[in-house]
Design a protein around this ligand. Structure first.
Ligand SMILES: [Zn+2]
Length: 281
């Protein structure tokens, strides 16, 4: 298999009633964990890089690592820019070899969000690259807006207009989901999601997958969600495993003893997520 665009993966997923997991990567271990987990359950996967990771590691370096691993993988891998905050960032990603970009202008007024998203979609499609847009604001993380408020939720009519006017391939929705750890289990607005899904035929994207209960994930997939993003939980799996291995009484600092267990633990977590999203558990 190899690198593929995201659209082909997601259209098949929405049609057949499952979702493809999208996991944030920032270095070699995270890339190996994500793609290795997808291979272990033989399902497609999306490796994604947001502005934080791009600024941390450099888009070009990350692109080389992902391409190297993806091109040797036994499953299809899409390489996606998460929360591209500008036209320039999206174009830079395309130049680096990303096969998909998100343009997130959801904090702008509707018409401005449409205008910048449409421009990115036009250029990305000319390069064979898929595009994800966002309507409504998913709070937390890189957005300072508070999550869950009615004002930030996706309006079904607006979503339909946005999809038609921009030509995006996938649409991120705000239905009570948020980035980071939830203080209490989130209550997703499935009635709203279902009204969006009735009006928008392209695959829908659920951000803030960390901490959403399994049953709610399954329900979201029934209502058109075909891509689910998980970042915080994955980063935390690495972080906690690092702490644990170093607190072992016989721990000695060398590369395998420090890095192998965190990578294995993270891969295990991703494998479970992919199984859940693909309906295998
Ligand atoms: Zn997000």
């Amino acid at each position: 298999m190899s690198l593929c665009d995201m659209n082909s993966l997601l259209v098949a997923a929405r049609q057949d009633g499952y979702a493809v997991g999208a996991f944030t990567v920032w270095d070699m271990e995270s890339v190996q964990a994500v793609i290795g987990a997808a291979e272990s359950v033989q399902a497609p996967v999306i490796a994604q890089v947001g502005p934080w990771e791009a600024d941390f590691a450099g888009m070009e370096l990350l692109a080389e690592i992902v391409k190297h691993v993806a091109l040797r993988a036994s499953v299809p891998v899409a390489f996606h820019l998460d929360h591209g905050e500008s036209f320039e960032r999206a174009m830079q990603a395309i130049h680096c070899g990303f096969t998909s970009v998100m343009i997130d202008a959801s904090n702008l007024p509707f018409e401005e969000n449409v205008a910048v998203t449409r421009e990115v979609a036009k250029c990305a499609h000319a390069a064979g690259v898929s595009v994800e847009g966002e309507i409504g604001i998913v709070g937390g993380g890189i957005h300072s807006a508070e999550s869950g408020g009615e004002l930030a939720m996706t309006d079904p009519e607006e979503a339909a207009r946005f999809a038609a006017e921009t030509g995006v391939d996938a649409l991120a929705v705000a239905i009570g989901n948020a980035h980071g750890f939830y203080k209490a289990p989130p209550k997703l607005d499935f009635a709203r999601l279902s009204r969006v899904a009735e009006r928008v035929s392209i695959p829908l994207v659920l951000h803030g997958g960390t901490g959403i209960p399994d049953d709610a994930i399954r329900e979201a997939i029934k209502h058109g969600v075909a891509k689910i993003n998980v970042c915080t939980e994955f980063v935390a799996a690495f972080g906690r495993a690092f702490q644990e291995v170093q607190s072992q009484p016989d721990f000695a600092y060398n590369v395998p003893s420090l890095f192998s267990e965190p990578r294995r633990r993270a891969m295990e977590l991703i494998g479970e997520k992919i199984k859940l999203f693909s309906g295998k558990r």
